[in-house]
Design a protein around this ligand. Structure first.
Ligand SMILES: *Cc1c(COP(=O)(O)O)cnc(C)c1O
Length: 360
């Protein structure tokens, strides 16, 4: 099998894989499972520095984003969609599906969103129920300064939905200090757990907005209110995937027992970008480089496909291309979670440079 160095799904550590083989229970009837689920949710909130509750939903990261929009959006609501990447823009679809009116604030995809420019925009127009922002827009490797953007939006009473699926556990996040309302993460990125789970933290303000709706939430599966009283009521809206959550618990423990995790992500990201630039190749973008993924511009005279096949065949490493706006234009290295270690990033950069050098 090829060595995974893709920006999700990522490699899964052995203790997480083994946890998924533990004996299972009936999660609806076994009351001890409610405690286990809550303990796992509390670990998520602890790592994200928030007093807000977290909920684990059975479904990939996309479900978390959709659940946030489904639960907040009422027909006619204006929603500010901060767009400097593929996932950023994509939020407009969720807003529309639930009857909201997305207002796109589109900025240069090569730059992080500038909080000062956004402040200028908000002075003119701030009649929004909530705003969406992506912490790390994976297809381009862009990172946005949510620590400045979200408090700014909050000054105007605008709730924030933050997609941190590709950054969470690879970049430090302080959800309360940064005033994030709904924060979305996923199992298969920097957490290095298997594919299949999403989790969201929900602030009091976001919960209140859901309770104060005039119309019911137009979904059952994506209705976050269905999770609010699971512990008191000993009731889940649907049967929880026990084995996935066992794995998740151990993956979260791995993060907690690894105090150097954010520093390591920073150092490995710096190493990758410096080595590739020093060899004469271009990293996509001019500001806001994510510590979990790097997007390398496909040099002239080569195709993305050739590069990916070359790296796989010569070195046994799986890298990713990109998609949508960036299809065929970028090669992506996922230096997140288990894949953010000095040896793997060194081998990966060497393998990539060996293939790229044939274009010269
Ligand atoms: C991976 C990812 C998601 C979730 O996508 P899935 O296909 O459901 O895993 C959402 N947002 C970002 C920025 C991502 O990188």
């Amino acid at each position: 099998m090829l060595k995974l160095m893709t920006p999700g799904p990522t490699r899964v550590r052995e203790n997480v894989r083994l946890a998924r083989s533990m004996e299972t229970t009936n999660p609806d009837l076994d009351l001890t499972f409610y405690d286990f689920y809550k303990d796992t949710c509390d670990l998520i909130s602890q790592i994200l520095s928030t007093k807000n509750p977290s909920y684990i939903l059975s479904g990939e990261g996309i479900l978390g984003l959709e659940a946030a929009c489904a639960s907040l959006t009422e027909p006619g609501d204006r929603v500010l969609v901060l767009d400097n990447g593929v996932f950023g823009r994509g939020f407009a679809d969720f807003v529309r599906i639930y009857g909201g009116e997305p207002v796109l604030y589109t900025t240069d995809y090569e730059e992080e969103i500038d909080p000062e420019a956004l402040a200028g925009y908000l002075e003119q127009d701030h009649a929004f129920k909530y705003a969406t922002v992506v912490h790390c827009d994976t297809p381009s490797g862009r990172r946005n300064p949510i620590q400045e953007i979200c408090p700014l939006l909050k000054q105007y009473g605008i709730l924030t939905v933050v997609d941190a699926v590709a950054s969470m556990f690879g970049e430090k996040i302080e959800a309360d200090a940064w005033k994030l309302d709904i924060l979305c993460g996923g199992s298969q990125k920097a957490l290095s757990a298997p594919i299949g789970l999403t989790f969201v933290t929900v602030s009091e303000d976001a919960s209140r907005a859901m309770h104060e709706r005039n119309t019911p939430i137009a979904s059952f599966y994506a209705n976050l209110l269905n999770f609010e009283t699971y512990y008191e009521d000993k009731w889940f809206p649907y049967t929880m995937p026990v084995s996935d959550i066992y794995g998740l618990y151990f993956a979260l423990k791995n993060v907690i027992e690894d105090p150097g995790i954010y520093q390591r992500h920073q150092e490995n990201a710096d190493y990758v970008r410096t080595a590739i630039r020093n060899a004469g190749y271009q990293i996509y973008g001019n500001s806001g480089y994510a510590n979990t993924v790097t997007a390398v511009v496909v040099p002239e005279g080569m195709t993305a496909e050739e590069i990916l096949t070359g790296v796989a065949e010569e070195s046994g490493i799986m890298l990713a291309g990109s998609f949508d706006t960036f299809a065929g234009k970028l090669i992506r290295i996922g230096h997140m979670g288990e894949q953010s270690n000095a040896l793997d990033v060194k081998l990966t950069v060497e393998a990539l440079l060996k293939v790229l050098s044939k274009s010269k």
